[in-house]
Design a protein around this ligand. Structure first.
Ligand code: SAH
Ligand code: SF4
Length: 474
C-alpha cells in the first residue's frame, strides 16, 4: 500500500500524542505552514500539510494557535534567505509563551550545510530542520522530537532520494493544482543553488502523473501546472523514447474542462517536437488544452555571459527557438527570466540583453539582481558593484515595462477567457483571474464565478494587468 509509511510506529506514536492533546485541549493540535519561494516549494508544502493532517493535526492560519510550525524555506537568492530567517525570528516570542510548540524549518535554505550551524546557534527555538527530498520522513522527525525533546538537524544525505508516491496532499485550491513531474536538477548553471539543495534530476513515472491528473480532472480542476526545474528533460534516465512532449500528448487525452501550464523550460532542451505538440493541442480558441504561453528563461543576452553561466545555448539558438514557436503558434505569449549583474557583466553584455528583449518582445518577465550563492562557481568569479547592478536593473525594467504595456494595450476590445481566481486584493468589489496567456484580469462579477472560466471583454490595460467587463460564464 502506497501509504504504508503513515501506519509505521512513528506515525502511530505521533497520532497517539495528538489524540492525548485533543483529550486535554478539546481540539486537535494546529499545524501552521509558511511557504517561501517557488511553486515547487508550494507543491512540497501541500504534501507536508497533507501528511500533518493525516497525523491528527488540523490546519491553522495563525502561528499563535499552532502546536507545530513548519517553515518551508527558499535559498535561490540572499533576499529569500534573509526573509525566511527574519520570519523565523518572529517565532521566538510564540515559543517563549508555549514551550511545547514544535518548530521545524525545511526546504532549500535548510538543506545547506552552512545554514545548519547558523540556525543551531542563532535560533535555539528551532527544534528540527530537514531539506527538500524526503517529506515522507516528517512523521519520523516529529516522533523523535516528541520522544526525546532534543533538537535535531537532518542533512540531505542522498543526491537522488527515491520519489515517494501516494503521499497525502492538502491542496490550497480546489480548482488549480500543481503536479510535480520531476525533482532536482542536473544543469548546474553557475549562479544557481538549486542543484545543490534539490539533488539530481529524477522523474516520476508517467502512470503516477497521469493517474493524478485523471483524478484532478474528474474532481473538476480547471488548471493544472506541471512542475519541474527543467520539464523539458522529463523522463531522462527513466524512459528511452518517452519525454515531455509524449507526456503532454498523453495528458491531453484526459477528458475534463481544464487547461495545462508547465514550468520551467530550459532553452537547450525545449524541442521543436514539443512546440509541435503544443501547437496541435492549443488550436481551439475556446478550449485550448495546453495554454499558448511559454516561459523560457533567457538569463542573459550576451553569449559570453551565457557561457560563464553554463547555460549551453547562445542567443542565436534562443532566438531561433522563439522564431519556431511564433511560426507554429503565432499568438503565443512568452515570458522569461533575466539575471542582471552576473559576475564580469560589462555594459556591452548588458546591451546584448536589452537587444534580445527588444527582439523577443516578451509579454512578461521576471528579472533578478545577481545574488552570490555559497558553493556555486559564480560566487568565486569577479563580482561587479551593487550600484552598477541596481542601475542596470532599473534600465532593464524600463525597457520591459514599455513592452509589457504595449502588449497589454493590444488586448483592448478583445474578449478573453479568464479562470476566475478570487477577489481582487486592491478592490473587494472586483474579481481577479488570469487569461490563457497568464495576464492578470480584473472585472466586476459575482463571487460564485470563482473557480470557473468566464469571458471578459477587456476595457482597460496597464503595465501589469487588464481590466474588463464580464460577458458571461464560459
Ligand atoms: N529551474 C528554473 C528555476 C530556477 S530559479 C529555471 O531554470 O529557470 C528561478 C530563477 O531565479 C532563475 O531562472 C534565475 O533567473 C533566478 N536565479 C537563480 N539563481 C540566482 C542568483 N544566484 N541570483 C539571481 N537570480 C537567480
Ligand atoms: Fe538552476 Fe539552471 Fe537548474 Fe534552473 S536549470 S534550477 S537555473 S541550475
Amino acid at each position: 500500500m502506497a501509504n504504508d509509511f503513515l501506519h509505521d510506529p512513528d506515525s502511530e506514536y505521533v497520532r497517539a500524542r495528538n489524540r492525548s492533546y485533543m483529550e486535554v485541549n478539546g481540539r486537535r493540535p494546529g499545524v501552521f505552514l509558511r511557504t517561501f519561494g517557488c511553486q515547487q516549494n508550494e507543491a512540497d508544502s501541500e504534501k507536508l500539510a497533507g501528511i500533518a493532517l493525516s497525523l491528527g493535526y488540523e490546519y491553522t492560519d495563525s502561528p499563535e494557535e499552532a502546536a507545530l510550525i513548519i517553515y518551508n524555506t527558499c535559498a535561490v537568492r540572499e533576499h529569500a534567505e534573509l526573509k525566511a530567517l527574519s520570519r523565523t525570528g518572529e517565532i521566538k516570542h510564540i515559543k517563549a509563551k508555549k514551550p511545547d510548540l514544535i518548530v521545524c524549518l525545511c526546504g532549500c535554505m535548510a538543506a545547506q550545510e552552512h545554514r545548519l550551524n547558523d540556525i543551531k546557534n542563532r535560533y535555539p527555538y528551532v527544534d528540527f530542520l530537514f531539506g527538500t527530498g524526503t517529506p515522507e520522513k516528517l512523521p519520523n522527525y516529529l516522533a523523535e522530537q516528541m520522544r526525546s525533546g532534543r533538537r535535531a538537524f537532518y542533512p540531505d544525505t542522498e543526491e537522488k532520494p527515491e520519489i515517494k508516491e501516494g503521499l497525502p496532499v492538502r491542496r490550497e485550491s480546489s480548482f488549480k493544482a500543481w503536479v510535480s513531474i520531476m525533482y532536482g536538477c542536473n544543469n548546474f548553471c553557475t549562479y544557481c543553488v538549486v542543484p545543490l539543495v534539490r539533488g539530481r534530476e529524477r522523474s516520476r513515472r508517467r502512470e503516477e502523473i497521469l493517474a493524478e491528473i485523471r483524478e484532478l480532472a474528474a474532481e473538476g480542476c480547471r488548471e493544472i501546472t506541471l512542475l519541474g526545474q527543467n520539464v523539458n528533460s522529463y523522463g531522462r534516465g527513466l524512459y528511452d523514447d518517452y519525454g515531455f512532449a509524449e507526456l503532454l500528448e498523453d495528458i491531453c487525452r484526459i477528458e475534463g474542462n481544464y487547461w495545462i501550464r508547465f514550468m520551467t523550460s530550459h532553452p537547450k532542451d525545449a524541442s521543436r517536437r514539443l512546440i509541435d505538440v503544443i501547437a496541435a493541442h492549443s488550436r481551439d480558441d475556446s478550449r485550448p488544452r495546453i495554454v499558448r504561453q511559454f516561459h523560457l528563461p533567457l538569463q542573459s543576452g550576451s553569449d559570453r555571459v551565457l557561457k560563464l553561466m553554463n547555460r549551453r545555448y547562445d542567443t542565436e539558438a534562443y532566438l531561433s527557438l522563439i522564431g519556431y514557436m511564433r511560426e507554429k503558434i503565432p499568438d503565443i505569449a512568452l515570458s522569461t527570466d533575466i539575471i542582471v549583474g552576473f559576475p564580469t557583466e560589462t555594459e556591452e553584455d548588458f546591451a546584448g540583453t536589452l537587444a534580445v528583449l527588444e527582439k523577443v518582445r516578451c509579454d512578461a518577465f521576471f528579472s533578478f539582481i545577481y545574488s552570490i550563492r555559497k558553493g556555486t562557481p559564480a560566487a568565486d568569479m569577479e563580482q561587479i558593484p551593487e550600484s552598477v547592478k541596481a542601475e542596470r536593473f532599473g534600465r532593464l525594467l524600463a525597457v520591459q515595462n514599455r513592452i509589457s504595456l504595449e502588449k497589454n494595450l493590444a488586448y483592448l476590445g478583445r474578449t478573453e477567457r479568464v479562470l476566475v481566481e478570487g477577489i481582487s486584493k486592491n478592490d473587494p468589489a472586483m474579481l481577479t483571474g488570469r487569461n490563457e496567456k497568464n495576464r492578470l484580469v480584473h472585472f466586476a462579477g459575482d463571487h460564485s464565478l470563482i473557480g470557473s472560466f468566464a469571458d471578459v471583454e477587456i476595457t482597460e490595460a496597464d503595465t501589469y494587468s487588464l481590466t474588463g467587463r464580464l460577458i458571461g460564464r464560459a
